[in-house]
Write a protein that binds this ligand. Structure first.
Ligand code: SF4
Length: 188
């Protein structure tokens, strides 16, 4: 889809419209695509930061990288007002019930990004006390590699998630497959 400029003398691209029919004074598209577009560009992050990767996230949220460009500048420290859980850092096994509780408190639709090696796989901490990847306890949509990942990589993870959100049917969360996924993690 071609990019649209904010104005003729601007170098700022605006989010492209979904596919549809354009006529004189009207534009028609699928409801799924409009919802996907709105959701993908208003993902409110819940940062669950336990160690160094959290510092990279702070840099990502600051002015140089500016998450406001993605509609994701509004951190939510209340799970009920967040769409995108970003888990950053080493998750000790003692933290497992807390992380699961936070995930459970988030309203649907919700998505999860595992930021960095520790959240994705336990990282260098291959030890009895560290969870070897958060996907052992909650479903993960995007994994961001690195120890730590640079802000550009975190932004890339968010953009990957935007693609998932944009193309996900509004019915997926009610589907049998999704229910089975939640059941496999023993969520009701
Ligand atoms: S992945 Fe590396 S930088 Fe990130 S929390 Fe683990 S040890 Fe720290």
């Amino acid at each position: 889809m071609s990019k649209t400029k904010l104005s003729s003398n601007s170098n700022i691209d605006i989010v492209p419209a979904p596919e549809g029919y354009v006529g004189h004074g009207f534009f028609a598209t699928k409801f799924d695509q409009v919802i996907g577009l709105a959701r993908a560009n208003s993902l409110w992050p819940l940062p669950f930061a336990t160690s160094c990767c959290g510092i990279e996230f702070m840099a990502t949220m600051a002015s140089t990288y500016d998450m406001g460009r993605f509609g994701a500048e509004r951190n939510s420290f209340s799970p009920r007002q967040a769409d995108m859980l970003l888990v950053m850092g080493t998750i000790a096994k003692k933290m497992v019930p807390i992380l699961r509780h936070v995930y459970e408190q988030m309203a649907e639709p919700k998505w999860v990004i595992a930021v960095g090696a520790c959240a994705s796989s336990g990282g260098v901490f291959d030890t009895y006390s560290v969870l070897q990847g958060i996907d052992k306890i909650i479903p993960v949509d995007v994994y961001v590699p690195g120890c730590p990942p640079r802000p550009e990589q975190i932004i890339d993870g968010v953009m990957q998630l935007q693609e998932i959100v944009k193309n996900e049917s509004i019915h997926r969360r009610a589907s049998e497959k999704y229910q089975e996924l939640l059941e496999s993690y023993k969520f009701e």
